[in-house]
Design a protein around this ligand. Structure first.
Ligand code: SF4
Length: 246
């Protein structure tokens, strides 16, 4: 029996990327292989003994970890039914690929009527390979050393891009006042080497107050660097923070 660690499960509007504004069931796993300086989900970085299920018009329900794949599949089925309409199941984290075997077992348990969108930091190619057959959409970050505070991870990103390109794939690049021009250049070159038409979302890192931590001049410079190499670049704020929602 496969078990895993869940942080929370809830329904909200997708705040980022190509499916922004759609209503998703978010399955947020606990644990992450990175510690980005700007992380906005600090409560999901460690595995904990409990998870929270947030359903409409009900107080938060607390469940125990680890949770079995069958139990999570049942919870997803129930929430899809009772919280409809929902456009997709968004696997998020933390880093969902850190528990890829558990998520594969969960997706194999259920026959879900909506597509599965994987939100990943794009750094665990072997784990990505396992789950890809069960996923329709991949939202992949390219992590920049200048704003994550982590080291360069270009090779891992290249391997994940290579695997995920067969899916409905888009890339997210988070930027702020710490971001260096050379990181934007390198990330754009990396994506362009696979597919210069791949949709790329440049996302100013946004505080909970809705304030972006980058000025328009710098953002425009970054956009122009990326746009020289890529044909589909869009600047998009983290809209869930503007709306003040989960
Ligand atoms: S990869 Fe995502 S969840 Fe993990 S530390 Fe970075 S921002 Fe946070």
């Amino acid at each position: 029996m496969k078990v895993g660690y869940l942080s929370e499960i809830f329904v909200s509007f997708q705040g980022e990327g190509a499916h922004v504004g759609r209503r998703h069931l978010f399955v947020r796993t606990a644990g992450c292989n990175l510690r980005c300086r700007y992380c906005d989900t600090p409560d999901s970085l460690q595995r904990t003994n409990t998870y929270t299920a947030l359903r409409s018009a009900r107080p938060p329900e607390v469940g125990s970890n680890p949770i079995s794949a069958a139990e999570l599949a049942g919870l997803i089925t129930s929430m899809l039914e009772h919280e409809a309409p929902i456009d997709a199941i968004a696997l998020t984290g933390g880093e969902p690929l850190a528990q890829s075997d558990f998520l594969v077992a969960t997706l194999e348990c259920g026959r879900f009527p909506v597509p599965v969108l994987l939100e990943t930091n794009g750094l665990l190619p072997e784990q990505l390979r396992k789950i890809l057959p069960l996923v329709t959409i991949v939202s992949m970050d390219i992590k920049l050393p200048s704003n994550t505070g982590e080291g360069p991870l270009w090779e891992e990103h290249a391997q994940c891009l290579q695997l995920a390109r067969i899916k409905d794939l888009y890339v997210k690049i988070l930027v702020d006042r710490h971001t260096l021009h050379e990181d934007i250049e390198q990330a754009s070159s990396l994506v362009a080497a696979f597919d210069p038409t791949l949709p790329v979302f440049m996302q100013p890192i946004t505080a909970a107050s809705g304030q972006a931590s980058i000025d328009l001049d710098r953002l425009t410079q970054f956009y122009c660097i990326a746009r020289r190499l890529l044909s589909s670049v869009r600047v998009l704020p983290q809209t869930h923070k503007l709306l003040g929602i989960h």
